[in-house]
Design a protein around this ligand. Structure first.
Ligand code: SF4
Length: 310
């Protein structure tokens, strides 16, 4: 792909839905022509349901799909996924509880949890997260840990993004997978697109992200236009995400807490997740430390850091 720059990304993001569908089809076709045994990475969420529809109904290709049951998926999602044909369900080797005990809680965001973990463990070049300077070449980096989260480096409990690595990435690492990821979702995803574009081909495995240049609005428009059936969970207007039930990423930004929903629908699971421990600190305590006000607590639905900060 020519000119992978921010300007090019913005240009592609401003294409019409029809053009983006063509772009996605072309991306998937190129990928499938290059790799062996391509599979759709299906999470049961909106984006990957649209991806399944695009591949199976628009392209009319019965590519197999894989779903990773991390152990903290909503039961509705697992039931929805089972309705599809040709979907393999994979379970990660490392259990969630062990992961949390060993590496810490998923807090604030994937990027910041990673920075905190590396700083706590003195990882090579992690100093750049505090100075904003790349140590090797002295250049500036945009990967900086904001002041307001630096307290996490010295907390008794640890936080990290490794939960995602072990529960989601490792089980599919060797697959040539097609995912519904979009560059607009995070700085990490945007940087990945700038490096590799929509398809990245490796010696051991390759990845296709045909929705890289799509936006959430495109997903919604696609669902309406093609009347795509999505998981019943979305019937609850409070639900905007269906990822891991208890994940702390972004929880401090919510005006309506994902934990309220969890407590309301699955009280036993709520207690289980909130009492998981890292270094004798419960997840509940760690979330509170990050400004997440849990349902039933004083000040619930106000926001510790304030939305305007982000
Ligand atoms: S989304 Fe959150 S809870 Fe789920 S695997 Fe990733 S870090 Fe863990």
């Amino acid at each position: 792909m020519q000119g992978r720059t921010i300007n090019e990304l913005r240009r592609l993001q401003s294409l019409s839905l029809n053009q983006k569908i063509d772009h996605a089809v072309e991306t998937i076709e190129k990928f499938c022509n290059e790799v062996e045994n391509p599979v759709i990475s299906f999470s049961g969420g909106k984006d990957s349901t649209v991806l399944m529809h695009l591949v199976r109904n628009i392209m009319r290709t019965d590519l197999p799909a894989v779903f990773i049951n991390t152990g903290n998926e909503y039961p509705e999602i697992v039931r929805f996924v089972r309705e599809f044909d040709n979907v393999q369900i994979i379970r990660p080797k490392m259990k969630l509880k062990k992961n949390i005990e060993r590496y810490g809680f998923p807090l604030i965001s994937k990027e910041y949890s990673k920075m905190v973990f590396e700083l706590r463990h003195g990882a090579k070049r992690s100093g750049r997260y505090l100075t904003g300077i790349q140590l090797s070449d002295g250049k500036k980096t945009s990967f900086i840990l904001p002041e307001k989260y630096r307290f996490l480096v010295n907390e008794k409990f640890s936080c990290s993004e490794k939960c995602c690595n072990f529960l989601k990435k490792t089980p599919t690492a060797k697959l040539n997978s097609i995912t519904g990821m979009m560059a607009e979702e995070s700085i990490i995803r945007q940087s990945a697109w700038l490096r590799t574009g929509c398809n990245s081909f490796g010696k051991r495995h390759s990845k296709s992200k045909p929705f890289s240049v799509w936006t959430n609005r495109d997903i919604q428009s696609y669902i309406s236009r093609f009347n795509v059936r999505i998981c019943d969970l979305y019937k609850d207007p409070r639900i905007h995400r269906t990822g891991c039930m208890f994940c702390g990423f972004g929880a401090h930004l919510e005006t309506f807490s994902r934990y309220e929903l969890l407590k309301e629908r699955y009280p036993k699971l709520y207690d289980y997740f909130l009492n998981l421990e890292n270094n004798e600190v419960t997840y509940k305590e760690a979330l509170k430390r990050c400004g997440v006000i849990l349902p039933g607590e004083r000040g619930y639905q106000t926001n510790f850091f304030g939305k305007q900060d982000f």
